[in-house]
Ligand binder design. Structure first.
Ligand code: ZN
Length: 181
């Protein structure tokens, strides 16, 4: 399948998803869904062309955030059982320069753009933030505990370092409401 050149290539859970455009007269305006390795933009044939691009970007963003909420919350939940640490609450939000955070009243916030990373990376960030529930710092004790639950954590940190600008620039691209095309 040829990749649509209007859009960058997105990843979900570490896999590249091709954008596929489908015309469907049954759809009132525009819908977007994940289907196998594609992100499908399903659009009514008479959808106004001048609104098409901006709308499609908005729909792709919605689909990624929806997918992030489902997957990331599930992985944090599983990680919290594994490490026996339970946050007060978990939120998905966007950060420009970090993957997650943990407040001193036990609230975890995870960057939705992590949905583009493989699941083992999401798990590492979840474990990292959960360990901050007991160590509000990056002391040797903190890293010892991370290592106990995520023995391959140096590999995950390397992956994040190598791929941060790719993931964050895709998320920024989706967030950019000022796009004129
Ligand atoms: Zn940290």
């Amino acid at each position: 399948m040829k990749h649509n050149e209007l859009f960058p290539q997105f990843l979900i859970e570490g896999t590249v998803r091709t954008i596929q455009e489908i015309s469907d007269p049954q759809i009132p305006s525009m819908n977007c869904q994940i289907s196998g390795d594609t992100i499908q933009i399903i659009c009514h044939p008479r959808f106004p062309r001048h609104h098409y691009y901006r709308n499609a970007v908005k729909e792709i963003r919605k689909v990624l955030i929806r997918s992030a909420k489902a997957t990331i919350l599930d992985r944090v939940h599983k990680a919290s059982i594994k490490v026996q640490k339970h946050p007060q609450n978990v939120f998905i939000k966007f950060y420009k320069s970090r993957w997650g955070s943990c407040t001193n009243n036990g609230v975890l916030q995870m960057n939705w753009s992590l949905i583009m990373a493989p699941v083992f990376i999401i798990d590492y960030v979840a474990i990292h933030e959960l360990c901050h529930l007991t160590h509000m710092n990056h002391s040797p004790h903190f890293w010892q505990e991370v290592k106990q639950h995520a023995p391959d954590y140096p590999e995950s940190r390397r992956w994040l370092k190598q791929n941060a600008s790719m993931i964050l620039s895709l998320a920024n691209w989706l967030n950019d409401e000022s796009r004129s095309a």
